[in-house]
Design a protein around this ligand. Structure first.
Ligand code: SAH
Ligand code: SF4
Ligand code: F3S
Length: 452
């Protein structure tokens, strides 16, 4: 975490130093940034180790069993710190906090706070109560609007690229997924609020903004006088002064409109990259998942995208071992991956989530079968990614330079397609677009040379 040196006095008598641990997706990153900004605005300082904090917040994810376990084990470690420091306040926030609620206080007696993602707008009130020693708090209402970030000077997690949440929640209830239960129903923020937040980021030196939403392309805002769909919002934001690049994630295939595809053609600073999860290649499994499209629909979308925007990078999410997934179903997933040749792919083993429809389905797949399918799939994708990256050798690409790389004397940045490029340069290029020739391609990054 970034160090802030000079700060005002804390508005809270019991706290001065905070530590936030963030798990899960970009939406959690964004929420943690919101919390950090709120705390800094109120006179707190961030610290780099939890031992030095008097407020620890763990921002959790509930999407699979793994992040859930990770959150419990981190909380266990924080609880042991508290045994030696009884004044320490520990809070669990985010999706797992929402899911488990008061149960967490029973299981972890050292925990003081449980706050769901839709309660973050009430964080100040919650902290004031804790500061007055008014006992432990569980805040898990799901019907509240997302918080309105206060413009905060000087504290940002990232310096060149940043996120703006434009909608939150999900109405889709895919049969395996816990997100609708922990993030609530879809709610879009007003264009005015979004533009104000983006302008604030730009004034702080941010040059690339990624718009976030669980289903970002179902953004819809209906005001008294006007109605805004997602393409209109993109258009508006793209014109902001100083914005070099605009991105968005995550899109749902069933809501990918022609208008949105056209946006890639006529909005100059909209990066040619789309993250479009497909989840499975078999129609039978897609139906059981309640995804709302077939493999044919998905492949048609990919064709359309590539016809209209030939250099578009396509990335995706997929799952193996969904209940009832046969060898033939899995082969259809492999086939789709071979046909589409994604630029990169996030792949997961299906994980039972309590309370979802899939949890109660028959035909659960053995652990070892899931692992072996995942390995086969990941091996295939590695070959595809490497092949695609190798094809870039000798080609000139535009990179937005984000900062120093791990190697001394090198900078790092990303292409419009979101690939990492490292190259030799002094720091003067940070925050600017620069053209590099790709010299060597690897699986997870490219090495380039600046075109002077
Ligand atoms: N809204 C996005 C996905 C959000 S969750 C969409 O609809 O695509 C991120 C990813 O986690 C999903 O794309 C899915 O691949 C994976 N995921 C969700 N629930 C899961 C589960 N129960 N087991 C394994 N992976 C899961
Ligand atoms: Fe989960 Fe489906 Fe909603 Fe994505 S669309 S968050 S996978 S329920
Ligand atoms: Fe996890 Fe919540 Fe994101 S469940 S994936 S942190 S929306």
């Amino acid at each position: 975490m970034k160090k802030i040196s000079t700060l005002g006095t804390s508005n809270f008598s019991h706290f001065r130093h905070f530590y936030i641990k963030t798990m899960g997706c970009q939406m959690n990153d964004y929420d943690s940034d919101y919390l950090a900004q709120f705390l800094v605005n109120n006179g707190f300082s961030p610290v780099n180790t939890p031992e030095n904090a008097d407020l620890i917040l763990i921002n959790t994810c509930a999407v699979r069993a793994k992040p859930e376990q990770k959150a419990y084990s981190f909380l266990g470690r924080m609880s042991s710190i508290k045994k030696g420091n009884p004044d320490l306040t520990i809070g669990m926030v985010g999706c797992l906090a929402q899911l488990k609620g008061p149960e967490l206080l029973k299981r972890f007696p050292q925990l003081d706070l449980v706050i769901g993602p839709r309660e973050l707008g009430r964080f100040k009130k919650i902290l004031e109560k804790i500061d007055r020693n008014s006992g432990k708090i569980v805040a898990t209402r799901l019907d509240l609007a997302p918080p309105q970030p206060v413009p905060c000077k000087g504290y940002f997690h990232k310096r060149i690229t940043n996120h703006v949440s434009i909608m939150e929640g999900c109405n889709n209830f895919c049969s395996y997924c816990i997100v609708p239960y922990v993030r609530g129903r879809e709610i879009s923020r007003s264009p005015d609020e979004i533009v104000a937040e983006a302008k604030n980021l730009l004034s702080e030196g941010i040059r690339e903004i990624t718009l976030l939403g669980q289903n970002v392309n179902s953004y819809l805002w209906e005001g008294k006088k006007s109605k805004w769909g997602f393409p209109a919002l993109l258009n508006e934001l793209s014109r902001l002064n100083g914005l070099l690049r605009l991105r968005f994630t995550t899109s749902h295939p069933k809501d990918l409109s022609d208008d949105l595809i056209h946006s890639f053609c006529h909005i100059k600073n909209l990066c040619h990259h789309i993250h479009l999860p497909f989840q499975a290649g078999s129609n039978r499994i897609l139906k059981l998942m309640k995804r709302g499209y077939t493999r044919e629909n998905y492949l048609e979308l990919i064709d359309k995208l590539r016809k209209m925007i030939p250099d578009i990078a396509i990335t995706s999410d997929v799952m193996v071992g969904f209940p009832g997934e046969s060898d033939e179903d899995f082969e259809l997933t492999m086939d789709l991956v071979r046909r589409v040749e994604f630029d990169s792919l996030f792949s997961f083993k299906y994980s039972d989530r309590k309370g979802t429809v899939a949890e109660k389905m028959d035909g659960k797949i053995d652990k070892t079968v899931k692992s072996s399918r995942l390995n086969i799939l990941q091996d295939l994708q590695k070959k595809i990614t490497l092949k695609k990256n190798k094809a870039l050798e000798g080609i000139q690409l535009e990179v937005l330079v984000e900062g120093p790389s791990k190697r001394v004397g090198q900078l790092t940045g990303r292409t419009a397609s979101h690939k990492v490029v490292n190259f030799n340069s002094n720091n003067s290029r940070i925050g600017r677009l620069c053209t590099v020739t790709i010299k060597h391609s690897f699986l997870n990054s490219l090495r380039g040379e600046v075109v002077e």
